[in-house]
Design a protein around this ligand. Structure first.
Ligand code: C5P
Length: 234
C-alpha cells in the first residue's frame, strides 16, 4: 500500500500514483459528537463508498466537479489531490439537529427557504459556526471562494433533493467539504448517510447517522436501504 498521508475519523488518505492524486479508503469506524461516541460497524465503509460514489457520479453528470476519479475497490477510490478548505458547508431544508436545538425550531419543521451555514472544520474547536466575514478575516477562504462554494452548495441541494425525492427519501440537511484544485473549487470528502439526514417520505423513518447518534438501532440496515433505493433509481 502507498504511504499514508492522513488518518481521519472515517477515512484514510494515501499517496496516489502521482502528486495530483490520492487514494481514499473508507473505514468502518462510525463516530459522533466530535469522536466521543465511536463504534466499528462492519461493512459501513463499503456502503458509504458505494452511496457517495453513486451521488458523485450523478453530480458530475449534472455539472458539479468532484474529487472522484475512479473506484479502486469496494471501499476505496482514487481522487484528485485537492487542498481541503477548512470550512464545512451545511445546507438545511428541514429543521433538525443543531438547528432545532440552537434556534428552538421543532425537528421536522419545513424551512421557508434552504439555509447555508459555514463551520470551521476543527475537532479541537468543536466545528464552531462562522460567518463569511469571519472566514475571510481569518483567511480560511476568500470571498470569491465562499461565493463559489455557496453557489455550488445550492445547486447540489437542488440536484440531491430531486434524486432523493425520486427514491422516496426526504433530504433534511447535509454537510459538504470543498477543496482547491488547479485553480478551481471542487467538491471533496463524501456525501453519505454519515453526512446527511435522510428521512423516509411518509413515515419519517430515519435512514442516516442519527440512528447511531440516538441509539435507534439497525444503522447498517438503514444505510443499505439508501443504497438499494439509489441503485434502483429510474
Ligand atoms: O449537527 P447538525 O445538525 O449541525 O448537522 C447538520 C448536518 O450536517 C447533518 O446531516 C450532519 O450529519 C452533518 N454534519 C456532518 N459533519 C459535521 C457536522 C454536521 O456530516 N461535522
Amino acid at each position: 500500500m502507498e504511504r499514508i498521508l492522513y488518518v481521519g475519523k472515517t477515512k484514510v488518505i494515501y499517496e496516489g500514483a502521482d502528486d495530483k492524486t490520492v487514494t481514499i479508503g473508507y473505514k468502518d469506524t462510525t463516530t459522533a459528537f466530535n469522536g466521543e461516541k465511536k463504534q466499528e460497524l462492519i461493512g459501513k465503509g463499503k456502503l458509504n463508498a458505494a452511496i457517495s460514489n453513486f451521488i458523485y457520479k450523478y453530480l458530475t453528470e449534472n455539472g458539479i466537479e468532484t474529487h472522484l476519479i475512479e473506484e479502486v475497490d469496494t471501499s476505496s477510490i482514487t481522487a484528485k489531490r485537492a487542498e481541503i478548505i477548512q470550512v464545512e458547508v451545511i445546507v438545511r431544508n428541514v429543521a433538525a439537529g443543531c438547528f432545532s436545538a440552537k434556534y428552538g425550531v421543532p425537528e421536522g419543521t419545513e424551512l421557508r427557504n434552504s439555509t447555508v451555514e459555514f463551520c470551521i472544520k476543527s475537532d479541537t474547536l468543536g466545528d464552531p459556526m462562522v460567518n463569511a466575514s469571519q472566514i475571510t478575516a481569518i483567511g480560511l477562504a476568500t470571498a470569491d471562494e465562499l461565493n463559489e462554494m455557496s453557489q455550488m452548495a445550492v445547486k447540489i441541494n437542488e440536484l440531491l433533493c430531486e434524486l432523493f425525492t425520486n427514491v422516496g427519501i426526504r433530504l433534511i440537511d447535509f454537510k459538504l467539504e470543498f477543496g482547491r484544485y488547479d485553480g478551481r473549487i471542487i467538491l471533496c470528502d463524501e456525501i453519505s448517510p454519515d453526512s446527511c439526514r435522510l428521512w423516509e417520505i411518509g413515515t419519517d423513518r430515519k435512514l442516516d447517522k442519527d440512528r447511531f447518534r440516538r441509539d435507534l438501532g439497525n444503522v447498517l440496515g438503514a444505510y443499505k436501504e439508501v443504497l438499494r433505493r439509489l441503485e434502483n433509481v429510474k
